[in-house]
Design a protein around this ligand. Structure first.
Ligand code: PHE
Length: 491
């Protein structure tokens, strides 16, 4: 008999829909609105986007179900949940290492995520002030040069104390809600902010579709050009899929631990992945038409949301109001994600140290604040600091980019590979069947993906992304062989 673990009175979601809202809230965030368009633009558009969708379906969704399933069975912080599944499967408790790795990665992401959260707060201030000055009807920033608007971000970067202040402010709000606990903190944020997010989001997407260059955006995002699909682009796409679905970093395991036995995890995972991917694609379809219509470049990277979009708001009727609504909406999405990033390490510190929740939250918060200062200063004061100069793909990265790159491109895929091996091969099959809520063919497909497809594909993509030169040689060998044969046949 497979025992279900549990330790006395635990916190939990008040309903299934609260769990879904919180998990969707974790998934939908800066990853969709800011990171996705930036990564798509920097990695050549269509090839990246279609490979990203492929990754969500074939890797993200099965890994998501694996993570929430471990959490729900373990009913504890991520490392402890893994240990309990291992115990109930007569496997080594050493597997909890990937739970611990995930907790650590979530902590790293939290530290730089709140820096970007701070920029969002800054832009809320900018648009609110503008609305106040120029009134409701005109465009934003009336009479100001585009370069002025573009320079708002470098201006912010140049102001170290403002950067740090905003970062700490955003982190403090996150700490406040997590310290209040699951139902009156994290769940509260999700239940109130996510619906407001969706209303604002739909409004702005529809506006973008009608007022911008929609056709060009669709062509840009969905035209597949195989020659652009390099090892680096593939790793970037997989990293984006994980980042966006909050995977590989214990976040979903931690949220799964608060789910009730009645929740069908298979179904719920589908809803979470579907909602997250829809928001990312719609965000692309909202941002790129506006950017193209203003004649701006798609490859503006991280500047896309903070520089290109505000320029585009200038030309719009009600520009300051729309800009304000847009950044408020991004703030809601970011906060529901940052609470999940903080909850994963908090649950661990709370369990491991047997500490009251507010104390555990504060300990993690202070750690993230210290690390966050280094990220906040890496755009100006510490711009020349290259912490990972010895790893070729991160050679140029400042502290902020290094954390972002290492977590999305190493921690997340490695965490996911270990999760798949654990769930697919190590854990007791009956225990897994008991938890996953899948029947028949769907169950078989999921099991095949977790056991074979995900770990193999992830390993290949990981290697191809880390060693792009080798990958290129292999790719060209693979693709030149049939061509050579064809050539011979023709000759
Ligand atoms: N998925 C979140 C986003 O897209 C970020 C996140 C990553 C949250 C990992 C939790 C864990 O913004």
């Amino acid at each position: 008999m497979v025992a279900s673990s549990g330790s006395g009175q635990r916190e939990g979601w008040s309903s299934r829909s609260a769990f879904i809202l919180a998990a969707v809230g974790s998934a939908v965030g800066l990853g969709n609105m800011w990171r996705f368009p930036a990564e798509a633009g920097e990695n050549g558009g269509g090839a990246f986007v279609l490979f990203y969708i492929f990754c969500v379906l074939l890797i993200g969704l099965p890994v998501l179900l694996s993570e929430v399933l471990i959490g729900r069975h373990g009913q504890a912080s991520a490392p402890e949940s893994v240990r309990r599944v291992a115990r109930d499967s007569n496997a080594s408790g050493g597997w909890s290492i990937f739970g611990s790795m995930g907790v650590f990665a979530a902590f790293l992401i939290l530290s730089f995520y709140c820096v970007v959260g701070g920029w969002v707060v800054y832009y809320i201030g900018v648009f609110a002030a503008d609305l106040f000055q120029t009134g409701l009807t005109g465009g934003a920033f009336e009479g100001r040069e585009a370069s002025d608007i573009e320079n708002l971000l470098p201006g912010l970067f140049g102001n170290g104390s403002l950067m740090v202040g905003l970062n700490l402010g955003f982190l403090a709000v996150t700490v406040f809600f997590v310290a209040r606990g699951i139902s009156s903190g994290i769940e509260w944020v999700a239940v109130y902010l996510m619906p407001m997010f969706f209303v604002l989001f739909l409004g702005i997407t529809i506006y973008g579709a009608f007022s911008g260059n929609f056709g060009e955006a669709v062509a840009y995002l969905f035209t597949f050009d195989a020659s652009k699909l390099t090892g680096e682009v593939m790793l970037a796409a997989v990293g984006q899929a994980f980042f966006s679905l909050s995977l590989g970093v214990a976040g979903m395991m931690t949220y799964g631990a608060y789910a009730s036995r009645e929740t069908n995890l298979g179904e719920t995972s589908g809803v979470i992945a579907g909602a997250d991917t829809a928001v990312a694609l719609l965000a692309g379809l909202a941002i790129f038409p506006i950017v193209f219509a203003a004649g701006l470049s798609a490859s503006a990277g991280p500047g896309l949301m903070f520089q290109s979009l505000p320029i585009a708001f200038q030309a719009m009727p009600f520009g300051s109001l729309i800009g304000l609504a847009f950044f408020i909406m991004v703030f809601f999405a970011a906060l529901t994600s940052s609470v999940s990033l903080l909850e994963a390490p908090t649950a661990f510190v709370k369990d491991a140290g047997k500490l009251p929740r507010p104390v555990a939250t504060l300990i993690v918060g202070v750690g993230a604040a210290i690390l966050g200062v280094l990220s906040a200063l890496s755009f100006n004061e510490m711009a020349d600091f290259r912490p990972l100069a010895f790893i070729p793909i991160f050679a140029e990265a400042n502290f902020f980019d290094a954390l972002d790159g290492v977590t999305a491109k190493l921690f997340m895929p490695i965490g996911a590979i270990l999760t798949c091996i654990f769930v697919g091969w190590v854990a007791d099959a009956r225990l897994i069947d008991d938890e996953n809520g899948l029947d028949g063919a769907l169950h078989q497909i999921w099991r095949g993906l977790v056991r074979y497809v995900c770990p193999i594909l992830l390993t290949v993509i990981l290697l191809a992304g880390i060693f792009p030169e080798y990958a290129e040689t292999v790719f060209s060998l693979l693709s030149s062989e049939p061509a050579a044969e064809l050539g011979e046949a023709a000759g």
